[in-house]
Design a protein around this ligand. Sequence first.
Ligand SMILES: [Fe+2]
Ligand SMILES: [Fe+2]
Length: 261
Amino acid sequence: MEKKIKVLFLGDIVGSAGRKAVKELLPELLKKYKPDFVAANGENAAGGYGLTEKVVEELFSYGIDVLTSGNHIWKKEFYPYLNKSERVIRPANYGEGAPGKGWTIYTKKNLKLGIINLEGRVFMRPLINPFLVGKKLALEIKKETPFILVDFHAEATSEKIALGYFLDGLVSAVIGTHTHVQTSDARILPQNTGYITDVGMCGAVESIIGMKIDQAIEMYLNMVPRKLEVEKTGKLKLEGVFLELNETGKASFIENFRFIF
Ligand SMILES: [Fe+2]
Ligand SMILES: [Fe+2]
């Protein structure tokens, strides 16, 4: 029988509420899906902004293999860890000399999974072109493994869909993150790349993308920049996708999930 590689990917984990959702529900998902690899976006896992070594270790202890990130990863205290880690990556399309790595090849059970992290440029900062950086890295990683996931951390749905088609056939999946709102378009693209515009988030349900409602509304009323606090009360949700890849790295199945408890 053909060997299938199974992968779980969780959306942005927001603060302690998001970590709790992972702690409570990931064990059940591991039983249900029996994934070979588990990846998640961790850019908001420590207090809503960035990561710390302690939070990373906590998330790894729940069964996450690799953490991707995005625009919120940049905390100076975390740079030494980011520089040495092979399991926590940041978007690859930042300039030369940026701390950390933009991609990794993670080995588990004799299988190698390549993961590339990219950040969008529409309604975001003018980074290096994620299309060109992504394609170059994918061609490089393909020499070592056919299994390649791309976390495209971006705001605009159009930019995300465009990258999906641009990398279709070259990578196993293009998975969108950053908006924290799951889209209903999980599918296999024509050249067998799994795709979803945004996988969603892990965190508080009654929140504004994981943060306190009153604080976010206040910010939209007075437009004064402020740091928002993570919503920790009420129901929690865990959102992500499950993928099956065949031995050539092509996606044969993708399914999005959302659990609320
Ligand atoms: Fe995020
Ligand atoms: Fe983000």
